[in-house]
Ligand binder design. Structure first.
Ligand code: SF4
Length: 293
């Protein structure tokens, strides 16, 4: 079996840095608190918990002498203010690319534009972006874009992990609704690379395995990108979910990628399992796209 691994599979630098910061800070302070899970991955969250990284619902639950870590995909403005007012020890693990989106949104707003965010409703990153300015609108789909009222001046950004196709489809509709439209493409480069590699791998392999949590919209998006090009696409959260029957019927090559919340050890265990099930001894090939972002 030819196994090809997408080079950008798994943790992006933003998530990797935030997870490492959580381990480091808990080691230094005994405990560190976060508002919600740092990644959509049950195995990682469990391990972090054992090391003193605690997940709470609100700031009131955090003991006064313990630090709070703000996660990679950003924190809403009112939570920041509240933590500052309480003089909490804030560890900012927000990805610099998410900080960039916050800055872009404020600049667009200062130009007198209505802010439109192309992203998933209820996603923490989108909530954080929307909180930067008054009256931001979130649009997740073509159907929602079609319902938008005519607007004179709008500034548009996207959630960092959106698929470019969805963003383009929505922009096309918004162009018919907004007179003066300014779009800043804020899909981050690790996402663009991973999406591109999945698109390429899914057409050159017989089967695709996408590793990621079913609770993560971002992982589901990777699976959709692959499924659109290769019907033998399966999403798994770990190696145990791989079914040996998937490798029957002329499957001679498998492409593997993973969502930004998937740690290296889960990717390694999936590769190991595929090798065991297919009696493969050759080392996996790493796929890097020729397209540069
Ligand atoms: S997905 Fe992109 S923006 Fe989000 S944390 Fe990772 S690198 Fe940063």
């Amino acid at each position: 079996m030819k196994i090809i691994l997408a080079k950008s599979a798994g943790y992006c630098f933003g998530v990797r840095d935030a997870v490492n910061a959580a381990y480091d800070v808990s080691k230094e302070h005994g405990e560190v608190y976060m508002l919600g899970d740092i990644v959509h991955n049950e195995n990682v969250v469990e391990d972090l918990e054992k090391k003193g990284v605690k997940v709470v619902e609100n700031l009131e639950e955090i003991p006064e002498d313990k630090p709070v870590l703000f996660r990679a995909h950003g924190t809403s403005k009112d939570v920041w203010k509240k933590a500052e007012d309480k003089k909490m020890n804030i560890i900012d693990a927000t990805c610099p690319l998410v900080h960039d989106i916050h800055r872009e949104v404020k600049e667009l707003h200062a130009e007198g534009r209505k802010i439109i965010i192309i992203g998933d409703h209820g996603h923490d990153e989108v909530i954080g972006i929307a909180s930067q300015v008054e009256g931001a609108i979130i649009i997740a789909s073509i159907e929602e874009a079609q319902k938008l009222r005519k607007t004179k001046k709008a500034g548009i950004v996207s959630q960092s992990t959106q698929a470019i196709e969805n963003v383009q489809d929505i922009i096309n509709i918004l162009m018919t609704k907004v007179v003066d439209l300014r779009f800043i493409n804020t899909i981050c480069f690790p996402t663009k690379r991973n999406h591109q590699q999945i698109k390429e791998l899914s057409v050159i392999t017989d089967m695709m395995l996408i590793i990621g949590s079913f609770t993560s919209a971002n992982s589901k998006r990777l699976t959709e990108l692959s499924l659109e090009r290769n019907k033998n696409t399966y999403q798994v959260t770990n190696a145990a979910e791989i079914d040996s029957s998937w490798f029957k019927n002329n499957i001679n090559s498998v492409g593997i990628s993973a969502g930004a919340s998937t740690p290296d050890w889960i990717i390694d265990s999936v590769i190991k399992k595929v090798k065991e099930l297919t009696n493969t001894t050759e080392k996996e090939i790493i796929h890097e796209s020729r397209v540069r972002f």
